[in-house]
Design a protein. Structure first.
Ligand code: BGC
Length: 374
């Protein structure tokens, strides 16, 4: 567990930020099957990529960065991939730098829709096409969007929670959600509620509290969960954690209270930490989103757009996503997520996404052996 343990009764905003700076949730040691940077593609056109955070999920630096780098170089592009580290000002400054350095396409996974839309407008004014990567900027002007079916991701989390909790009458559920400025967090929640709302309505389950977490900050997620748990007299029967990073922080709190392994916790991203927690029995499920597919589609789109070949770009982005704020349809690639529980963790290692050696450690070796993960 890489989460720092703190005995906090009250979270002050300042302390929360100090904790966020401690570098929890470090990226996995490798980015799945892809390595780090290789030499720039000879004569490749420049493409700028801005990722949103490091602390919100191990995915951005551990998977997206190396996979986008490799996929773009394979398309003959020369990518410049930066991370805004959860700082809106930095996000905007990075974009300005990329625009003035002459990138032909800009790919953005924004911290907030507003920040992303502002950057997209600036790029558009310079004639640079923009791809919204993973997170759609509501009310924005980006030409394309590449992501997963995020309502489906949430539905899988809801389904996983129900599988884990079962028909325990009046089961008390706490939902720890993603950032309110990330449209994905809304879509995950909407998907979860397609499964959970009927349970709450019928009284089968009881919602203790639903709490979004700014910037998906894992540490704040853990301390917020702890406060909710304490206020509820230490009672909880199931936890919706919107991703593996939040799940890890919540499991730390459950462990402190002797509840880990007894209370199903959801997740997302199929990170090495999340998969280990599943194998230990502390986390019930995660959602596997093969980021290689997301990176490949983005690279293909970017290559077409860099050539000004709209027809080729449209042949890649054959789906549409509704932007209710901008009142428009955005041409999209929406990939399929998969529900992972202990029984099928092997799917993730077989796909080469995470290596067996990253998840089969002392505490999980018996489970790995039993499940044929090697
Ligand atoms: C992504 C998730 C990620 C979360 C926090 C979401 O927009 O879709 O995969 O866990 O942000 O970074």
């Amino acid at each position: 567990m890489r989460i720092r343990r703190t005995a906090l009764a009250v979270v002050s905003a300042g302390l929360a930020f100090a904790l966020a700076a401690c570098g929890q949730n470090a990226a996995p040691s490798t980015g799945g099957s892809t390595g780090g940077s290789t030499a720039p593609a000879a004569g490749g056109v420049k493409v700028g990529v801005i990722l949103p955070e490091t602390d919100s999920s191990a995915r951005w630096e551990g998977f997206d960065k190396p996979m986008l780098d490799k996929a773009m170089r394979a398309q003959g592009l020369d990518p410049d991939i930066q991370n805004a580290q959860g700082d809106e000002q930095k996000f905007s400054t990075l974009a300005d730098g990329m625009i003035s350095s002459g990138v032909k396409v800009l790919v953005i996974a924004s911290i907030s829709s507003d920040g992303g839309a502002a950057v997209a407008a600036k790029a558009k004014a310079q004639g640079i096409p923009v791809i919204d990567y993973d997170r759609l900027n509501l009310g924005g002007t980006s030409d394309y969007y590449v992501s997963f079916d995020n309502v489906k991701v949430g539905a899988l989390q809801g389904q996983g929670l129900v599988q884990g909790v079962g028909d325990k009458a009046g089961a008390q559920i706490i939902q720890i959600e993603g950032a309110p400025t990330d449209n994905n967090a809304t879509l995950f929640y909407n998907g979860q509620m397609t499964v959970l709302q009927p349970k709450y309505d019928s009284g089968a389950y009881k919602l203790v509290r639903n709490q979004p977490i700014d910037k998906w900050d894992n540490q704040v997620g853990g301390t917020t969960f702890e406060q909710i748990l304490t206020a509820n007299g230490g009672k909880v029967d199931g936890v919706v954690a919107a991703n593996d990073g939040l799940a890890g922080a919540i499991i730390t709190v459950l462990t402190k209270n002797g509840l880990n392994g007894k209370v199903p916790v959801t997740g997302q991203d199929a990170t090495a930490d999340g998969l280990q927690a599943i194998l230990r029995g502390d986390q019930y499920m995660t959602v596997f989103k093969p980021i290689q597919e997301e990176a490949d589609a983005t690279a293909k789109l970017a290559a077409a757009l860099a050539k000004g070949d709209t027809a080729a770009a449209n042949a890649v982005a054959t789906q549409n996503t509704d932007d209710p704020k901008g009142n428009r349809q955005v041409k999209s690639v929406l990939l399929t997520p998969q529900l992972i529980t202990k029984d099928n963790v092997k799917v993730v290692t077989d796909a080469g996404y995470v290596k067996a050696s990253e998840i089969c450690v002392a505490a999980t070796q018996a489970a790995c052996t039993q499940l044929g993960i090697k």
